[in-house]
Design a protein around this ligand. Structure first.
Ligand SMILES: N[C@@H](CCC(=O)N[C@@H](CS)C(=O)NCC(=O)O)C(=O)O
Length: 214
């Protein structure tokens, strides 16, 4: 399999974690989101993923999958062990809800193209853009902290990492990168720390990717 990837992309980071947890081997193909105006916008890449976003996963038969959550659900169906979703329907709904909370309600508001639009066409300065970023992290994390506390497990849900933790770890990386105050979210910090001690998570960390820059 070939993963169209960018080292600092949190959606790609999610996919790397899932591939590692499932023990699936893959080749990385860098789509540099910044250099030369962004390789994600080129016709060549859009022929793979018309949305012009990473990640995309090209299967051995040439089919290209996009959207990290869809890719991870595909991996879950085709490589069921270890499971990334609980065995019961309620648990699965709760894990998917936390994953969607991060992937649909926090991350898209702070994506590169949104930040560029705030800075460029809308004319906001860096301080305003940073404030925007931190606002949406705080809004999302405070609800997620409450949920995680109420479930009371070692991970966001239960005693093994799930799809929800796969979404949390990259979002924590983003939050730290933008100097968000994480002290109000001790449960999330603790769970993220536990995730980082798992080889599949730590190997997927942006700083350990071939394209990582200082
Ligand atoms: N919902 C998508 C989000 C993908 C996404 O936003 N990727 C970002 C990097 S994290 C990207 O490619 N951004 C390029 C851009 O904004 O131009 C997913 O989960 O795969």
């Amino acid at each position: 399999m070939k993963l169209y990837d960018y080292w600092r992309s949190s959606a790609a980071y999610r996919t790397r974690i899932a591939l590692n947890l499932k023990g699936v081997s893959y080749d990385l193909w860098e789509v540099h989101l910044i250099k030369g105006g962004g390789a994600q916008k080129t016709a060549d890449y859009r022929a793979k993923n018309p949305q012009g976003l990473v990640p995309a996963l090209e299967l051995d038969n040439g089919v290209v999958l996009s959207q990290s959550l869809a890719i991870i659900e595909y991996l879950e169906e085709t490589f069921p062990t270890p499971p990334l979703l609980p065995a019961d329907a309620v648990g699965r709904a709760q894990v998917r809800a936390m994953a969607a909370h991060v992937a649909c309600d926090i991350h898209p508001l702070n994506n590169l193209r949104v930040m560029n639009y705030l800075k460029g066409p809308l004319g906001h300065d860096q301080a305003a853009v940073d404030a925007w970023y931190r606002h949406w992290i705080a809004e999302g994390f405070s609800a997620l902290e409450t949920q995680a506390k109420s479930y009371g497990g070692s991970f966001l849900y239960g005693e093994e990492p799930t799809l929800a933790d796969i979404c949390l770890a990259p979002q924590m990386f983003n939050a730290r990168r933008f100097n968000c105050d994480l002290t109000p979210y001790p449960t999330l910090v603790e769970i993220d720390g536990r995730c980082q001690r798992i080889d599949a998570f730590s190997r997927a960390h942006p700083d350990r990717q071939p394209g990582a820059t200082a």
